[in-house]
Structures are given as structure tokens and as C-alpha cells.
Design a protein around this ligand. Structure first.
Ligand code: CP3
Length: 355
């Protein structure tokens, strides 16, 4: 039944488990970022990696969207490439995105990377999460995250972002054992990192396999799926649900569920009603087109209402279909949160997700 006193953290965890909610919880991927003037003000004074490593500043920018919009989830500020650096790779952030000047292509390159103890090498991430957990309490679910093996491997092998992902795809044929070893190593690192984040205060964690949607169904099944499954199986969850995000996952949704995660986070290309039909037992997250937040508030309200109607609000975490863009308008973001926070109509309330 609807419980008007439910906390945001409780609502978030209820939605992940497909339990009844008064309304879907809502947050935005990349909600701490350049569309916020207060983020840009902090960023003017430090480099991106300095910001990631400063407990005070990273906690501060994680809380900026919370103060403005009261999302039900507060993701800690960091980047999927932080653990990559801790493994021993060189990572630089320029204006064009991440740059890894020593790409990993051979078994000797993989051998130079190591599994590490997160409480030693990225202790600051645990400290940021602990700080957020204390500040936020039950007013939101503090969220941890990590890149999934395939997406992390694509940055390591390509040496940065890519359009075609041709180097890592060539590696599937030419260096299959090296690539398999790299993916297994990254799966273990992801599991260690997420376990540490949960132990430090994260109430739920998200695996970002952003670029796995570039694979055919068969290649996903052969390469990205076993590695993601290994990561998921290795997480010491302590009750924390796991969310998996893939951009362009319309052909993969059934296989996403096979990784063993609790929540499937999908982009705007696949309707949530189709996702629900194809994977009835999984909670869903998404899927407003982030570009719509550069448009007009009325359009955002209409799209957000339509999105929630797709699931009836059950087993659904309202979110974007990918990270928010720097061009997003604050009045549109406000319209998104305000609309998603409307209580569900009586007929829809307390409807248990059919599993
Ligand atoms: O969600 C949040 O607010 C938490 C912080 C967060 C960042 N990156 C901060 C960031 C999270 C969860 C990420 C994840 C991430 N990083 C992904 C997966 C999600 C996705 O959006 O696909 C990927 C692929 C990366 C790698 C990365 N980091 C890229 C490609 C870039 C450059 C592109 C860009 O948006 O600038 C980054 C930099 C980055 N990570 C910024 C932020 C706020 C911008 C850096 C700046 O302030 O200049």
C-alpha cells in the first residue's frame, strides 16, 4: 500500500525490488556536471582528476543536484576511468574526453595492469561515499558505480573514446586470449570496486556498460556478457541492488537480464513497455532522451508523463536514457523532476510488478 511517510532511500530500494511505490524514484545519470553553474564554478579552480580525488570537492559537487532538485538517488562524483588509473594505466582528461596514451593491445600490456585493493588505491572514493551517506541519510539512496568490463576494455584498448571500436573488435579475432584475460581482470576489479563502495555506504550500485550496445547480439553473448556476469557474481552486495546500463541495448535486453542484475537501465530508443514485455521480471530504469532537456519545459512534462505511463510507475526508476548533456536547461530539468514526483493515480498505486 502507499505509505506517505516512505523515505526516498526506501522508495529507491522498493522500486529496484519491484515492490509497490507511491511514485517511481527519480534521478539523472551524470546529474553532477557542467549544465550546473555551481559545478562549473568548482571546476574552474581544479582539474577533473583533482576534483575526483578531493573528498571535500567531490562530495560537494555530488550534493549540488541534490540541493537543487531533491533526486531520490545521489550518485557519488567520480569517473569510470578512476579504477583504470588505479590498475596502472595512464589516463588523461582533455577537452576531447579521456585519453589513454599507452593503449593495451598485447598480453605484455595486460600483464602490466593489476587488480588492487580499493581501500588502499582509491580510498578517497570510499571516503566520498561515507561522507554522502552521513549527509543524506535516508533522504536519498547514495549510489555507487563502476564501468563494466567491456566498456572499460574499450577505453584501454582503443586508447580513449571511439566511433567504430575497430581496434577492440579486431582483437576479438586476432588476440582472443589476451582480450579474454583483460575482460576477466576488469570483471574482478569492477567487483572489488563495487563491493568497496557498498561497504563504504552505497545503497545501490550501477554498472555502466555504455558501449556494449555496439556489439551484435552474438558478440555480446560471447564477450561482454560473461565478463559482466563475472563482475555481478563477484560483488559482495550486502543487500544492495545492482543496476546495469547499456546505451543502444534494444537488441540485448534479454541478455542484460542474464547478467544477474536487478535493474535494467535502457535508453530512449526502446520503449519501456516493450522492455517490460520482453523481460517481465526485471525492474527498469530510464529512459527520457537527454537531448529533450535542451528543449522546452512543457515538452519535457509531456514526455516524462508518457514515460511513466509505459510502466505504470511499477518496478521503474525514472531517469534519462543516457547522461545529461552540458546543454541541458535548468527549467527543463526542474520540469522533469517535478513531473516524475507526481504521485501515481490511485488505480496505479500499489500495483505489484508482475514477476
Ligand atoms: O553521474 C554523475 O553525476 C557522477 C559522475 C560521473 C561522471 N562520469 C563524471 C564526469 C559518472 C557516473 C561518469 C560515468 C562515465 N564516464 C561513463 C559512463 C556513462 C556515460 O555517460 O556513458 C563514461 C563512458 C565516462 C568516460 C568519460 N568521462 C567521458 C567520455 C568523458 C568526456 C565526455 C564528457 O562528458 O565530457 C568524461 C568526463 C566527465 N566525467 C565529466 C564529468 C562531469 C566532464 C568533465 C569536466 O568537468 O570537464
Amino acid at each position: 500500500m502507499m505509505d506517505p511517510g516512505v523515505s526516498s532511500a526506501g522508495r529507491f530500494l522498493d522500486a529496484c525490488a519491484g515492490r509497490p511505490v507511491d511514485r517511481p524514484p527519480v534521478w539523472m545519470m551524470r546529474q553532477a556536471g557542467r549544465y550546473l553553474p555551481e559545478y562549473r564554478a568548482v571546476r574552474e579552480k581544479v582539474t577533473f582528476l583533482e576534483l575526483c580525488r578531493s573528498v571535500d570537492l567531490a562530495a560537494e559537487v555530488s550534493l549540488q543536484p541534490f540541493r537543487r532538485f531533491s533526486p531520490d538517488g545521489v550518485i557519488f562524483f567520480s569517473d569510470i576511468l578512476v579504477p583504470i588509473e588505479a590498475m596502472g594505466a595512464r589516463v588523461e582528461f582533455g577537452d576531447g574526453g579521456p585519453d589513454l596514451p599507452e593503449p593495451v593491445r598485447t598480453s605484455a600490456d595486460v600483464a602490466r595492469l593489476s587488480r588492487f585493493d580499493p581501500s588502499e588505491r582509491v580510498r578517497f572514493t570510499g571516503e566520498i561515499l561515507g561522507r554522502l551517506a552521513r549527509e543524506v541519510g535516508d533522504r536519498a539512496a547514495v549510489l555507487g558505480f563502476c564501468g563494466a568490463p567491456w566498456t572499460l576494455a574499450s577505453y584501454l584498448v582503443e586508447g580513449g573514446g571511439s566511433r567504430s571500436f575497430s581496434v577492440i573488435k579486431e582483437m576479438m579475432a586476432r588476440e582472443p586470449e589476451t582480450l579474454r584475460r583483460l575482460l576477466d581482470l576488469l570483471a574482478d576489479v569492477a567487483a572489488d570496486v563495487l563491493s568497496y563502495q557498498i561497504a563504504s555506504g552505497a545503497r545501490a550500485v550501477q554498472l555502466f556498460d555504455t558501449w556494449a550496445g555496439e556489439l551484435s547480439t552474438q558478440d555480446y553473448r560471447e564477450w561482454a556478457l560473461p565478463a559482466a556476469s563475472r563482475a555481478v557474481a563477484g560483488i559482495r552486495r550486502n543487500g544492495a541492488p545492482v543496476i546495469l546500463y547499456i546505451n543502444g541495448s534494444a537488441h540485448l535486453i534479454e541478455l542484460m537480464a542474464a547478467t544477474g542484475v536487478d535493474v535494467l537501465s535502457v535508453d530512449w530508443r526502446l520503449s519501456l513497455s516493450e522492455a517490460r514485455r520482453r523481460v517481465p521480471g526485471a525492474a527498469l530504469q530510464g529512459n527520457l532522451d537527454p537531448a529533450s532537456l535542451g528543449g522546452a519545459p512543457d515538452d519535457v512534462r509531456r514526455r516524462t508523463r508518457a514515460m511513466i505511463r509505459e510502466t505504470g510507475g511499477a518496478g521503474h526508476i525514472a531517469n534519462l536514457g543516457h547522461g545529461i548533456l552540458p546543454s541541458a536547461r535548468l527549467d527543463c530539468v526542474e520540469a522533469f523532476f517535478e513531473t516524475a514526483r507526481q504521485p501515481l493515480s490511485r488505480g496505479a498505486v500499489a500495483k505489484e510488478m508482475v514477476v
